[in-house]
Each structure stands twice: as structure tokens, then as C-alpha cells.
Design a protein around this ligand. Structure first.
Ligand code: SF4
Length: 330
């Protein structure tokens, strides 16, 4: 039985399709590590995707592609429970109850809510957008996890979850333990244009990219902008290619790149070539496993249905506890 007797951990990802290196190094690689130590619940956050776009036609296909990448990265459905948020409708029920106990001002002050309104010039944001962190709290607290693995920028969301739990427990009775943040060190993963790697910037390297595509993306990558000619010394500290060296290359080759850059002893193409020598073998087994998984989408759906069934057993037990302290039915 997956995770029996271990402390529980929960995390989710929106089904935005194929997983890129930023998602992998920022979350997924850590999820894979944790599945040996903890009782892990990882979910496809398909309801959360509706805050981006009300057209749901791509959601099922994107979920399958994303989970193919999860499996490629090494998640094992025998060791971790992989499920779909909307197949566990108890999340929506708990969200509703939390909406009764949580002050609106707590949600209005969440920075990501304000950022979304400003960035997208939203004049009439939906309740779903405002309630997003509350649904996230319900996702988390449903499984009463000891830990929530997040990067430092997500830590305030877990703090909100702790406040939501406290408020509910005070109003009705002690049901929810307050989960703790498990801080994940997230490496800086630049996209090919030097900005943060993101699907929306069209600068991403995907786990599914074959080696020739990775090579074609890395070769023209942005470098230290001050290094215009081969004879100009460069500064690896401001170069996105060197950020990738820090992730993929061993110390000796990082040193080779840094010194060669500063002394103009190497050209940027030499530097990128050495990076690819380390990157491609690391990515090859992940891509091969994800391709094998993607060829059997029905098996992926079956894994998610089975995981959702397991997750629902836990969710039903939690909702029994909730109904005990907050009875409504006659
Ligand atoms: S030599 Fe390497 S680290 Fe230096 S600017 Fe070129 S790509 Fe960047």
C-alpha cells in the first residue's frame, strides 16, 4: 500500500500540457525524491485551470500529456497517489465550508490575486479567482498533510492555509492540523531568451523535446549581452547559459566554462556544446519513459482514476470528521 505509516505530503500542478525544464527542476524532480520518504499525494489541478480559461476543451488532453511527463520524470503510481482534483468532489464541498469561515479581506490581500487583476486588466474578476487560494487550502487540508513542498514565493499561500485551518477549528472544532512548509530550493531556470522559463514566453525546453530540438533551442540561446565578439571577455554570472551549466554540468566543466568565458578562451558555441554534452544524457531517459507513457493514454487515465479513488477514500474520511463537528443534515 502506497505510503502507509509515513507522513503525508501534498502538491498539485495545473494541467497546462507538456512539462518544461522550469516545472521539472522547480517541482517535479523534488516530488520524485519525496515519494520514497513520504506518503505523497500529487494532483492535476483541473478546477484551478478554469481561472485561466473557461474553454475546457484542452484540459483532458493537457492532463494526459502532463502526467506522461510526471511518469517520465520517475513518479511511480505504486509509491505516490496521482489523482485528478475534479474526480474528488469533496474538495469543492470543503471549499464551500471554508468560504463561510474565511474573511474576504484575507483573500483580497493575496498578492497573486492583485497581480492577476493588474496584469490582465480585469475589471470584474470572478469569485473563482478570488477564492483560488481558498480552494488551494481545501486541496491541502483535505489530506491533513504534515508538509507542503513549495518554493519561497509560495510560502504565503501555505500560511493562509494555516490561518484557514485555525479559523475553521476555532469555529467548529479541531479537525485540521496546520501543515508546515517544506521549502524547496528552486534553481534559477532561464528560458532560451534569458527570461524565466515559461510556456507563455515561448522560451521553454520541454521534457518531451528530442535531442535535436533541445540542441536547436540551446545553440541560439541568449548569452552575456556584453560579449558581442569571440574576442570579448564575458561574464558568466549574467549569462543564462551558465545558469544551465550550474544545473547540469559537473564542477570541472563549470570551472572550464567560467574561466574560458572571462578570458575569452572559449567561444559561446563551445560553451553551449559542452553544456549539451551534459544536458542531453540527463534528459534522454526521462524523454524515453515519457514517450512510452504517452503512447498509452488509456493507461494514464486508468492510473489517475485509481489514484482518485484512493484519494477519495481519504477525502471522505476528512469530510466525515468535518460533518461531525459541523452537522447540517437533520
Ligand atoms: S562563454 Fe558561456 S558563459 Fe560566457 S557568455 Fe558565452 S555562453 Fe555565456
Amino acid at each position: 500500500m502506497a505510503g502507509a505509516g509515513k507522513e503525508r505530503v501534498l502538491s498539485g500542478m495545473r494541467p497546462s500540457g507538456k512539462v518544461h525544464l522550469g516545472n521539472y527542476l522547480g517541482a517535479l524532480a523534488n516530488w520524485v525524491k519525496l515519494q520514497d520518504e513520504l506518503d505523497c499525494y500529487y494532483f492535476v489541478a483541473d478546477w484551478h485551470a478554469l481561472t485561466d480559461d473557461l474553454d475546457t476543451s484542452d484540459v483532458p488532453g493537457n492532463a494526459v500529456e502532463m502526467v506522461a511527463d510526471w511518469l517520465g520524470a520517475g513518479l511511480d503510481p505504486e509509491r505516490a497517489t496521482l489523482f485528478i482534483q475534479s474526480l474528488v468532489p469533496e474538495h469543492a464541498e470543503l471549499h464551500l465550508l471554508f468560504s463561510m469561515t474565511t474573511p474576504v479581506t484575507w483573500l483580497e490581500r493575496v498578492p497573486t490575486y492583485r497581480e492577476r487583476i493588474e496584469e490582465q486588466h480585469l475589471e470584474s474578476p470572478s469569485y473563482g479567482l478570488l477564492g483560488y487560494p481558498l480552494l488551494q487550502s481545501a486541496d491541502i487540508l483535505m489530506y491533513k498533510p504534515r508538509w507542503v513542498p513549495v518554493g519561497i514565493d509560495q510560502a504565503p499561500h501555505v500560511e493562509l492555509t494555516r490561518e484557514v485551518a485555525r479559523r475553521f477549528n476555532n469555529a467548529f472544532g479541531p479537525v485540521f492540523p496546520e501543515p508546515e512548509v517544506k521549502l524547496t530550493e528552486i534553481p534559477k531556470v532561464p528560458g532560451t531568451d534569458g527570461r524565466k522559463m515559461s510556456k507563455s514566453f515561448d522560451n521553454a525546453i520541454y521534457l518531451s523535446d528530442p535531442p535535436e530540438v533541445v540542441t536547436a533551442k540551446v545553440r541560439p540561446m541568449v548569452t552575456d549581452p556584453a560579449r558581442r565578439r569571440r574576442s570579448d571577455p564575458g561574464n558568466p554570472d549574467v549569462c543564462p547559459v551558465f545558469d544551465l551549466h550550474k544545473i547540469f554540468s559537473p564542477a570541472a566543466d563549470r570551472e572550464w566554462a567560467a574561466t574560458g568565458c572571462r578570458t575569452a578562451g572559449i567561444g559561446c558555441l563551445d560553451c553551449k556544446g559542452r553544456l549539451l554534452e551534459h544536458m542531453l544524457p540527463r534528459l534522454a531517459p526521462i524523454r524515453e519513459r515519457r514517450q512510452q507513457a504517452a503512447e498509452k493514454p488509456k493507461e494514464i487515465v486508468e492510473i489517475l482514476r485509481e489514484g482518485s479513488r484512493r484519494a477519495r477514500e481519504v477525502a471522505k474520511r476528512t469530510m466525515d470528521d468535518v460533518r461531525r463537528v459541523a452537522p447540517i443534515e437533520p
